[in-house]
Design a protein around this ligand. Structure first.
Ligand code: PLP
Length: 411
């Protein structure tokens, strides 16, 4: 799928295209786009699934033919496989503002990881009846929180994003755990971690964060914000690949008291002692469950390298530049569409994506895809554009806006 003028796809106005090229030329991060295997498509859905780096296949081949094939089970010990959940976790920690030994990639889905973390968090507040969650949360968070509440005989309180803070202020002493997200998965609206976490602590509750839409694009400073527990996806802005494993954050200060329900053998203090009784590891390894999906971990590990090289603040800066330019192009081409913006206009009040309200979202999504622009729709009326910092360019943004305008004109 290639976006080329000669393939019938129109080009944006020369002015915006020149401006796009000028901005890419002066931004050293624009060079990274060459590293990604995008097949010429414009990937504005990195908040769902980022494209692979071109070198991923060679990296997987290195592990499969260079480690797995010759050493079989011994590779777990000889090639660092057994430590990979923690090795990758530590690398990820640098993007999350988490010091070493506090982030782990156990090899589970975000949903399973959230179940593990929410249950453990509730267990740390046994006398408090309420599990609080934002109503705008991603559905799996609502479903898992509901299940945890039923399992532990707690009350699930679902509040709107604004009602959430108010509930904490008015009823906080009843709250065991408050689950929130720094970026609204629909609108991209940002929520600061520090005030909510501080509010939780003031009333004696624990703060749990789903970082899925922030990781790799927005600084979250977990240690500095004194976050209690957090989870996040590996396949969105991190680009770990389809179904890439999720991560868990457990700060050192909670590692001696936290009690995860998924007490699998890899979380044991001595997994290979094959003991009958479970004794959790006394460090972040206690968040492990069973044998991790090694090749998926290798994929995630490989994806992290350029992100870490660039650093979270530059990644954030570039993403804001790109989304800001998208709005400029829209203002140039079809300013009335700006009224359909469902995201905050101010760049610092949003995460890595923008959402527009359009009629017939699925039709618009398909029209964009037919022209090599990958976005995703969130029915009934939202279409999301994600600005992953390393493989999206200003030039692509200008092209995408042009394709979008034509798709909307064609409705
Ligand atoms: C915010 C958020 N949390 C959790 C999930 C679920 O992740 P998984 O499918 O890995 O369980 C998603 C998936 O898109 C998500 O966007």
């Amino acid at each position: 799928m290639t976006v080329r003028p000669e393939s019938g796809v129109t080009m944006p106005s020369t002015g915006m295209l020149d401006e796009a090229r000028r901005r890419d030329e002066v931004d050293p991060l624009a060079e990274y786009a060459r590293e990604f295997a995008t097949d010429g498509a414009i990937h504005l859905n990195g908040n769902s699934l980022g494209p692979p780096r071109g070198s991923l296949a060679a990296e997987l081949d290195r592990v499969v033919t260079g480690q797995w094939a010759p050493r079989q089970v011994q590779a777990w010990f000889q090639d660092g496989w057994l430590d990979l959940p923690r090795t990758v976790g530590d690398k990820l920690g640098s993007l999350l503002g988490a010091g070493p030994g506090q982030v782990l990639v156990a090899g589970e889905t975000t949903s399973t990881t959230l179940f593990n973390v929410l249950t453990a968090a509730c267990r740390l507040r046994p006398d408090r009846p309420v599990l609080l969650i934002e109503g705008e949360s991603f559905p799996t968070d609502l479903y898992i929180a509901d299940s945890v509440a039923r399992l532990l005989d707690r009350e699930l309180v679902v509040e709107t994003r604004t009602g959430f803070d108010e509930y904490l202020r008015d009823n906080g002493t009843q709250v065991a755990v408050a689950l929130a997200a720094p970026v609204d998965f629909r609108t991209g609206e940002r929520r600061e971690l520090r005030p909510i976490t501080a509010l939780c602590h003031a009333v004696g509750a624990l703060s749990v964060w789903d970082l899925s839409h922030a990781t790799g694009v927005l600084p979250v400073d977990l240690d500095a914000n004194a976050v209690d527990l957090a989870v996040g996806c590996g396949y969105k802005y991190l680009g770990g690949g389809p179904g890439a494993p999720a991560f868990t954050y457990v700060p050192t200060r909670l590692q001696s008291t936290v009690d995860f329900p998924l007490s699998g053998w890899h979380g044991h203090a001595k997994p290979f002692a094959m003991a009958q009784t479970f004794i959790p590891a006394d460090d972040i390894n206690q968040a492990r469950t069973g044998t991790p999906p090694l090749l998926s971990l290798v994929g995630l590990n490989h994806a992290l390298a350029p992100l870490i090289e660039v650093g979270i603040h530059e990644l954030h800066r570039r993403s804001k530049d790109l989304s800001g330019f998208f709005l400029e192009c829209l203002a140039d081409r079809r300013p009335e569409l700006l009224h359909q913006l469902a995201s905050p206009e101010v760049a610092d009040r949003r995460g890595g994506h923008l959402a527009l309200r359009v009629p017939q979202v699925n039709k618009v999504e398909s029209a964009l895809a037919d022209n090599g622009v990958l976005v995703d729709a969130r029915p009934p009326d939202l279409i999301r554009f994600a600005f992953a910092p390393l493989y999206v360019t200003h030039e692509q943004v200008a092209q995408a806006v042009d394709v979008l305008c034509r798709a909307v004109e064609g409705l």
